[in-house]
Design a protein around this ligand. Structure first.
Ligand SMILES: NC(=O)c1ccc[n+]([C@@H]2O[C@H](COP(=O)([O-])OP(=O)(O)OC[C@H]3O[C@@H](n4cnc5c(N)ncnc54)[C@H](OP(=O)(O)O)[C@@H]3O)[C@@H](O)[C@H]2O)c1
Length: 267
């Protein structure tokens, strides 16, 4: 099959086309005939050798974490997906190729284009993982930063689908967009604390940010405590968001911003 590969770490110039063997699905994997490959920033970081500690590379390597396509072969033990199913998911072997193996796939809705489907897996997994880490449930209020971007667009909708209220930050040009997603929008930058306090006088239950550039004031509503298992993006429980983050499990300080309702039971 044709694939885009790289044999060394570097910039886009290390990518080149090559003929490689069609991969065969192992236990738990499906083979996908690729219709669209997502171009995620993660691909560039892998190609540059920046994330070797998490995603080790074997050369020659095929980039592409995100895939959308048609299942054409099943590995041992796969019973919930059939040959011919249209799916999207994480590519185990790289999606910049005619075929890719995948372990984590979801069925593609018929009305979703291949291109949009291929853009969803990484951002969606990130969004869902952050909501799970925060333990967002119905009736809660979540403050979400970077909400108009790829991760935020999905996270806002998933949180609302869980029954949460979302106060979402983005730039001025994306306020209507946040409203269209179902969020209560506000802008980032100076006065953020006051704006959030006005929108949520009783406090928020959780704060999430995957935006490294978020300009959090001090004391901050978004003082971020990286999760040990997932240092980036950062997700925080509201009861961790303080000027001096306490160790997990400690009693919240009365010095914390009063509009942060704390604590919540550990889940
Ligand atoms: N995309 C993924 O699959 C993925 C997966 C895992 C982790 N991440 C990480 O998550 C972060 C966001 O990724 P993304 O793909 O969602 O990015 P994105 O699509 O570029 O969105 C960036 C978001 O940040 C906001 N923003 C921009 N400048 C800001 C500033 N100065 N202060 C506060 N907010 C600001 C943007 O708002 P406006 O545009 O409205 O100004 C927008 O909502 C990145 O650090 C990325 O590495 C991304």
């Amino acid at each position: 099959m044709k694939a885009i590969i790289f044999d060394e770490f570097g910039g886009p110039d290390v990518l080149h086309e090559a003929d490689v063997e069609i991969p065969h699905p192992g236990p738990g994997q499906v083979r996908v005939r690729v219709k669209a490959a997502g171009l995620n920033a993660l691909d560039g970081k892998k190609r540059a050798g920046m994330v070797e500690a998490v995603f080790p590379t074997t050369f020659p390597a095929i980039p592409g974490a995100e895939v959308a396509g048609v299942v054409d072969a099943l590995g041992e033990g796969v019973s919930d997906v059939q040959v011919g199913d249209e799916v999207l998911g994480w590519a185990d072997t790289g999606s910049y190729a005619e075929y890719a193996l995948a372990t984590a796939v979801a069925r593609k809705p018929a009305n979703l284009s291949w291109e949009v489907a291929a853009a969803l897996p990484v951002a969606s997994e990130t969004a869902e993982r952050v909501l799970d880490e925060l333990g967002v449930t119905a009736g809660e209020t979540v403050l979400m930063h970077g909400a108009s971007g790829a991760v935020g667009t999905v996270a806002v909708q998933l949180a609302i689908a869980r029954g949460a209220r979302v106060i979402a930050t983005a730039g001025t040009s994306n306020q209507d967009y946040l409203t269209s997603l179902g969020a209560t929008p506000t802008t980032y930058g100076e006065g953020l604390v006051e704006r959030v306090r006005a929108l949520a006088p009783d406090g928020v239950d959780a704060v999430s940010t995957w935006q490294a550039r978020a300009p959090c004031p001090t004391p901050s509503p978004c003082a971020a405590v990286p999760s040990a298992s997932s240092p980036s993006p950062t997700s925080v429980r509201a009861n961790w968001a303080s000027p001096s983050p306490p160790a997990a499990g400690t009693t919240p300080s009365s010095a914390w911003p009063p509009w942060l309702r704390t604590p919540r039971p550990e889940r």
